[in-house]
Ligand binder design. Structure first.
Ligand SMILES: [Zn+2]
Length: 152
């Protein structure tokens, strides 16, 4: 008998699959899930994946994540898929979407950028120049950001 213990089904909630290997904890941070959360959350890291080499999976029980919440995940995990589960069935499945222009989600890594100015702050704005791996260019100072995990 083959037991698939890695991916135990959940009754209701959200399964985020195909997360770039090693990014699951950053995904939790983007979703605002931390030690204070009441949600039942399962994290599986470094699952072998034919397509991706290795991937992470996050399951959040009894919570259906909204598109505006999950699209932020695309900043670090562009291949992530979102599965909404109701009564053990996948009722919705979609890929995260990385917009061409990203406003107000992450900060610029350049401390001298006008978007980091305390006196005249402007809303940070980035152009997506590559989806996988994700790379962004600051609209104001043109700095390229490759690893956004520290700037979300
Ligand atoms: Zn900048």
């Amino acid at each position: 008998m083959k037991k698939e213990l890695k991916v135990v089904p959940i009754k209701d909630g959200t399964v985020i699959d195909h997360i770039t290997g090693g990014q699951a904890l950053n995904v939790l941070r983007i979703l605002g899930i931390n030690a204070k959360t009441d949600a039942v959350v399962s994290v599986v890291m470094n699952v072998r994946s034919e397509k991706m080499g290795r991937k992470d999976i996050v399951k959040v029980e009894d919570r259906e994540l909204k598109p505006e919440e999950v699209d932020k995940i695309a900043l670090i995990a562009p291949n992530a898929t979102i599965n909404i589960i109701r009564n053990f069935e996948v009722v919705e499945k979609h890929k995260v979407y990385l917009p061409e222009v990203i406003e107000g989600i992450m900060r610029c890594s350049n401390p001298n950028c006008i978007s980091n100015s305390e006196r005249e702050p402007v809303i940070p704005k980035f152009m997506t120049i590559s989806v996988d791996p994700p790379r962004f260019r600051c609209f104001y100072c043109e700095r390229i950001i490759e690893d956004v995990s520290g700037y979300i």
